[in-house]
Write a protein that binds this ligand. Structure first.
Ligand code: FES
Ligand SMILES: [Fe+2]
Length: 420
C-alpha cells in the first residue's frame, strides 16, 4: 500500500513533476525505427505527457523536436521534410536536423539572419539501436551513457522490437512484469498448452526467490526444487527504472519487456526479442507472431477494452480456459493492468508475501525520485560505469552443490553448461 502522495509521486510523469524530471534523465525507447524514411513524413511521438516529432533527414540522421513550430506552434508533423531540414508549412520557417533555424522567410530580408539566430528550437539527442529510436529528454548538457544492452549492439536483423499501447499508468505495466506470482494462475491455460521446460515450473509451484542487488537494479532467481538434487532456476534481471529481462529456455530468443510512460494514463509496453549471435529465424517469428494483431507499433490493437471486457469469452471459460482471454498470453496481462483503471489507487491495496518484489521496487523508485528532487542525483547505474551488455536472463537447471547462480556471469555461455 502507498499513501496518496506516494502514489502520485511515482505515477505522475508530465512536465514539472518529480518523476517526470527523473525519468527524463534516462534514455527512453521512443518508437520503432522501421518506417522512418529519409525525407519521409515526420512522425508524431508522445512521451511523458509531451508531444514531439521525429524525422529522418535526407542524409539519414534523425531529428527529434517539440511538435509545435517555434514560431506559432503549428504542428511540425505537417512540415515539409527535405534538404536535411523541416520547413513549417504555415510561414516557411526552416529548421535543420540539428535544431537550428536557418530560414525565416516571413521576416524582412535584412533582419532574417539575426532573427533566426535568436530562435531556440527544443531538440533532443537521439540514438538508433535495437530497431528503435531512443531519445534523451533531460536537461543535462551531456546525457548519461547510452545503454549498451546486448540487443542494442547486435544487428537489427537479429531481433525485433514490438510495442503495445495500454490505457493505464506505466507503474501498472512495470508491476505486472515484476509480479511472478501471477504466472501459474493468470496464465495457467497458456502454460498448460506449452510444453518442455514450462512443465518444470509446474513440478514445484512454490519456488524459492533469491535476489542479488546490482547498481542498475537487481537479479532475481525463482528456484524450483526438481526433487532429484537439481534446481530449475529462472533468473531474471531488472534494470530500473523499467526494464525486465525475462528468462526464456533455449532455443527461444532472449526477451525483455519494458513499460515506458506515454503520459500519466497511457503506457507503451515494449517487447524485445533477439538472438545475441544469429539472425531472426522461423523459431523467433513463430514466437513473435503468436496471437498478436500484427501492428508492431501497437500489437494489442485488437485486444478490446473495458467496454467489451477485453473480449473475454465466457464460453471458453466454462470449457476450461482460466481467463477467457484467448487471443494471446500477453493480452491477459494487459487486460488485468487496464482493468485497474488508468491510475490505480494504491491506498486501497492489501499486499501479501507474494508482493515483496513490488514493494521493494516501489521503495527503490520513491527513494531515487526523492533523492533526485533533493540533489539532482541519478540512480540505477546512470551515474556509474555499468556494462549493460552483461545483463542477461537465463533459465537453467543445476545442482546447487557445484554451481552458484549469484556469481555466474551468464554472458559467458560456456560457463553455463546446464542450460535446460
Ligand atoms: S507557425 Fe511555423 S512558420 Fe509560422
Ligand atoms: Fe504475465
Amino acid at each position: 500500500m502507498l499513501t496518496r502522495e506516494e502514489n502520485e509521486l511515482i505515477c505522475r510523469v508530465g512536465p514539472g513533476t518529480a518523476m517526470g524530471a527523473f525519468l527524463r534523465e534516462y534514455w527512453i525507447p521512443a518508437f520503432r525505427a522501421a518506417g522512418l524514411e529519409a525525407d519521409g513524413a515526420p512522425r508524431r511521438v508522445r512521451l511523458l505527457g509531451e508531444n514531439f516529432i521525429a524525422f529522418r533527414a535526407t542524409d539519414g540522421r534523425v531529428g527529434f523536436f517539440d511538435e509545435g513550430c517555434p514560431h506559432r506552434c503549428t504542428s511540425l508533423a505537417l512540415a515539409r521534410n527535405e534538404d536535411n531540414a523541416l520547413t513549417c508549412i504555415f510561414h516557411g520557417w526552416k529548421i535543420d536536423v540539428s535544431g537550428k533555424v536557418i530560414e525565416v522567410p516571413s521576416e524582412p530580408p535584412e533582419r532574417r539572419a539575426e532573427f533566426a539566430a535568436k530562435v531556440r528550437v527544443r531538440h533532443y539527442p537521439v540514438r538508433e539501436a535495437g530497431g528503435v529510436i531512443w531519445v534523451y529528454l533531460g536537461q543535462r548538457e551531456t546525457p548519461p551513457k547510452f545503454y549498451n544492452f546486448e540487443f542494442n549492439l547486435t544487428p537489427t536483423s537479429y531481433g525485433m522490437a514490438q510495442r503495445a499501447v495500454m490505457h493505464c499508468n506505466w507503474i501498472q505495466g512495470l508491476e505486472a512484469v515484476l509480479d511472478s506470482a501471477h504466472l501459474g494462475i493468470l496464465h495457467t491455460s497458456w502454460l498448460r498448452k506449452s510444453s518442455g521446460s514450462t512443465a518444470l515450473s509446474m513440478v514445484d509451484t512454490g519456488p524459492l526467490f533469491e535476489t542479488v542487488m546490482k547498481p542498475y537494479g537487481f537479479r532475481e532467481a525463482a528456484l524450483r526444487n526438481m526433487g532429484d538434487g537439481t534446481f530449475y532456476g529462472r533468473i531474471r534481471e531488472v534494470v530500473l527504472p523499467y526494464y525486465s529481462f525475462i528468462p526464456n529456455d533455449s532455443p527461444l530468443p532472449q526477451f525483455l519487456i519494458c513499460a515506458t510512460p506515454i503520459d500519466d494514463e497511457w503506457t507503451a509496453q515494449w517487447y524485445f526479442h533477439y538472438y545475441p549471435d544469429r539472425p531472426m529465424d522461423d523459431e523467433m517469428r513463430k514466437y513473435r507472431d503468436r496471437g498478436h494483431s500484427g501492428d508492431w507499433d501497437n500489437f494489442c490493437s485488437d485486444m478490446g477494452d473495458g467496454n467489451n471486457l477485453w473480449r473475454q469469452d465466457r464460453k471458453a471459460m466454462k470449457e476450461g480456459h482460466w481467463t477467457g482471454i484467448t487471443q494471446c498470453l500477453h493480452y491477459e496481462d494487459f487486460a488485468v493492468e487496464e482493468s485497474m483503471g488508468p491510475i490505480v489507487d494504491r491506498t486501497r491495496e492489501y499486499l501479501g508475501a507474494s508482493d515483496t518484489i513490488i514493494i521493494r521496487v516501489r521503495r527503490m523508485l520513491l527513494s531515487a525520485v526523492r533523492e533526485h528532487q533533493r540533489s539532482g542525483k541519478l540512480a540505477f547505474g546512470a551515474d556509474q560505469e555499468v556494462d549493460y551488455s552483461k545483463v542477461r536472463a537465463v533459465a537453467i537447471r543445476f545442482s546447487p552443490k557445484d554451481f552458484n547462480w549469484k556469481e555466474t556471469d551468464f554472458t559467458d555461455r560456456g560457463a553455463v553448461v546446464p542450460l535446460v
